[in-house]
Design a protein around this ligand. Structure first.
Ligand code: WT7
Length: 660
């Protein structure tokens, strides 16, 4: 759990530049109506989308928790994001502004602006190409690309055909890629020669090759040339994208497939507490409905806006709020390839100034990183175009909130912290400056959006008292919810719908204050958030025990000033191995190679014993308390299945080992 600061429940900020202001009582009154009539409410939003065929049933809830939204309806996500704008006055409007990372000299600077008309042409051509591989509705393709325009283009082209895709973040390792591609049974992989990050080339094709040697289902690989490095090309399997496109006619038209509302748009993997990553399956109709509602209400998107979400499309934030959300609204979405502080700490502010960004969506880790460089870097640029800010990914500390609110928000623009997760498809708890705005508070997530019934439960599944910690739950189905976990419906039921009867368990600790604002405090399970990215401690532990020297391992998250949380490992060595600084480094490298660079261990403690309950569960809170120096009294009541005495003893033993 990462919140270790006081929550300013009583503070209220009314941004002077905001419209749609209401007091919290009015908000709750109107919100309650939307929740009582949630099916009608969501149907009224969905009606604003161009369906090929209207739905017959708003919600099929006959087989919970496998809910289906807008049953009988037919639509196409690519048509909604591209065709309808390309066939309108938006044809020459910029859909995507892309800025590449390299910035050393004037000549290396790359900016691409793709209009809706051009996007239509490219997406059709790529759809034609994918079709030539025989791909069709029901198939899955894998995408392992850096932040270049081809990434959204391939996503859109796949959805045009009704082909599902699974994007793997380009910072993931070969093992992580192979595991996901095998689970998804991907038939084709789209990757690149490399990607730019912090002035260096990430050798994506090389990593993909290593993964491909373990992938059973991938028969073809399309390689986009980005860095122009020499790469190995397997004969009969790999082709360069630009080469392939030479034989695709310039103005082909590929009819968008009429897919069912509850067909699969994509599968995106998330870390869990046990076992392999879970493939979250998202539908088309419900997902787009939630994105439409939140683009309007949370982001207040207007046709005149330049909108920038700083996430990577490899995560759900980018899927929803760089690609599908903004494009379905016909907005101009900015996509930046690399590090926000490369080559200088003010790169991100220079992008805002250069492109006149109006709406800015970023993360607490990014903000804390900028704070370290000092406010002078922000002040070098004109940021007066900014009219709305949101944050996402982890709890935002009030200090970081205030810093960005002052420097970027000039203390007058709405600034919120939107809560959601890969599973929810889109934002569920947030301020809604595009609809009704209630006063801000530094660090809060605000109230749930309309149509969403959220609550905080105690251990027994009863509503928790205000200002007391409990578990975040969603009490009614919402559009955008997962269809299931790919190929594992039982696990879907068990992970999200069995902790409390009939409600969705998010896995987060939360408190609700007296105004009904939510404050999400961090994960209640064995998932940690490193720089806003989700990492299952289990994945790190299984990587560690694959090492020849490791007998047992426990990984816990500890607070970190910059990244929110970082993993530390406790390792019991096998007979014949002795602790050393080298081994520590080796184990760290080992984990990074198996999981990816985000899995960097802050420390490795060599111990002779791990504290366990009688049912052999590692007492994680004891382990964590020892690292952060929390008194044992704070943990004795939290560890299930162990007596206070046992916890105390385990704590002291471990403490002795760590200090000794
Ligand atoms: C977890 C989901 C979907 C956005 C990117 C992360 C944490 C997310 C907030 C926020 C406090 C937040 C939760 C959640 N989280 N947004 N605004 N305030 N915590 O998606 O990787 O699926 O992670 O991120 O702990 O459960 P994700």
């Amino acid at each position: 759990m990462s919140v270790n600061w006081a929550l300013p429940f009583e503070e209220r900020i009314v941004p002077e530049g905001a419209h749609n202001l209401v007091d919290i009582e009015t908000y709750h009154k109107l919100h309650r109506l939307s929740v009582e009539n949630y099916k009608e409410y969501w149907a009224s939003i969905a009606k604003e989308l161009p369906w090929f065929k209207p739905w017959e049933k708003t919600l099929d809830d006959s087989n919970p928790p496998f809910y289906k939204w807008f049953v009988g309806g037919e639509l196409n996500a690519c048509y909604i994001c591209v065709d309808r704008h390309a066939k309108s006055w938006r044809k020459n409007k910029v859909a995507i502004i892309w800025e590449g990372e390299p910035w050393e000299n004037e000549k290396a600077r790359e900016i691409r602006k793709i209009t809706y008309g051009e996007l239509f042409r490219e997406v059709n051509r790529v759809a034609y190409l994918l079709k030539s591989y025989g791909l069709k509705k029901g198939d899955v393709i894998g995408i392992y690309l850096p932040m270049i325009p081809e990434l959204p283009i391939f996503m859109l082209a796949a959805s045009r055909l009704g082909v599902a895709f699974s994007v793997v973040f380009s910072g993931f390792s070969a093992d992580a890629l192979a595991e996901r591609m095998n689970d998804a049974e991907a038939k084709l992989l789209v990757t690149a020669d490399g990607g730019w990050r912090n002035g260096k080339v990430v050798p994506l094709k090389q990593i993909a090759d290593e993964a491909l040697s373990k992938c059973k289902t991938i028969k073809n690989v399309i390689v986009v040339r980005r860095t122009k490095e020499d790469v190995n090309m397997a004969q009969g399997r790999d082709e360069f994208f630009d080469k392939l496109m030479e034989s695709v006619p310039q103005n082909v038209y590929v009819e968008p497939e009429r897919v069912k509302s509850e067909d699969t748009l994509y599968v995106l993997y998330t870390s869990g507490t046990t076992g392999k990553p879970k493939g979250q399956v998202h539908d088309v109709g419900g997902y787009l409905t939630l994105l439409h509602a939140t683009m309007k209400d949370v982001f207040d998107i207007q046709d005149t806006d330049v909108y920038w979400c700083t996430a990577d499309i490899g995560w759900v934030t980018g899927h929803s709020y760089i690609v599908y959300g903004p494009l379905m609204e016909g907005a101009t979405t900015l996509m930046y390839e690399g590090s926000l502080t490369y080559p200088e700490p003010d790169r991100w502010v220079s992008i805002i100034e250069r492109h006149g960004v109006n709406i800015f969506y970023t993360s607490p880790t990014a903000i804390r990183g900028w704070m370290r460089f000092g406010e002078e870097w922000v002040k070098k640029h004109d940021v007066s175009s900014i009219r709305l800010i949101h944050s996402v990914g982890e709890p935002i500390n009030p200090e970081a909130f205030r810093w960005l609110f002052k420097l970027l928000g000039r203390e007058k623009v709405p600034f919120g912290s939107t809560w959601w997760m890969t599973e929810t498809g889109g934002i569920l708890i947030s301020h809604t400056p595009g609809k009704y705005l209630v006063p801000l508070k530094p660090g809060t997530n605000g109230p749930p959006i309309f149509g969403v019934d959220a609550d905080v439960f105690d251990d027994n599944g009863k509503p928790q008292k205000p200002e007391e910690r409990g578990y975040l739950v969603i009490k009614k189905p919402w559009p955008g919810m997962p269809l299931t976990i790919f190929k594992d419906p039982e696990r879907y039921k068990q992970v999200y719908w069995s902790r409390f009867q009939g409600v969705f368990y998010a896995g987060d600790y939360a408190v609700k204050d007296r105004d009904g604002y939510f404050w999400i405090l961090g994960r209640a399970d064995e998932v940690i958030k490193v720089a806003g990215h989700r990492l299952g401690t289990y994945e790190l532990e299984s990587a560690l025990i694959q090492h020849k020297a490791v007998a047992e391992a426990a990984v816990v998250g500890v607070p970190d000033e910059l990244k929110g949380e970082v993993p530390v490992a406790f390792v019991i060595l096998k007979q014949g191995y002795t602790p050393s600084e080298e081994l520590r480094k080796e184990l760290n490298l080992w984990v990074r190679e198996r999981v990816g660079p985000i899995a960097s261990l802050k420390n490795v403690y060599f111990v002779s014993k791990l504290p366990k309950t009688r049912s052999a569960k590692i007492m994680r809170r004891v382990v964590q308390a020892v690292v952060v120096g929390k008194p044992v009294g704070d943990v004795t009541t939290l560890e299930d299945g162990a007596s206070v005495e046992e916890v105390k003893r385990a704590y002291l033993e471990l403490q002795k080992e760590v200090q000794g």
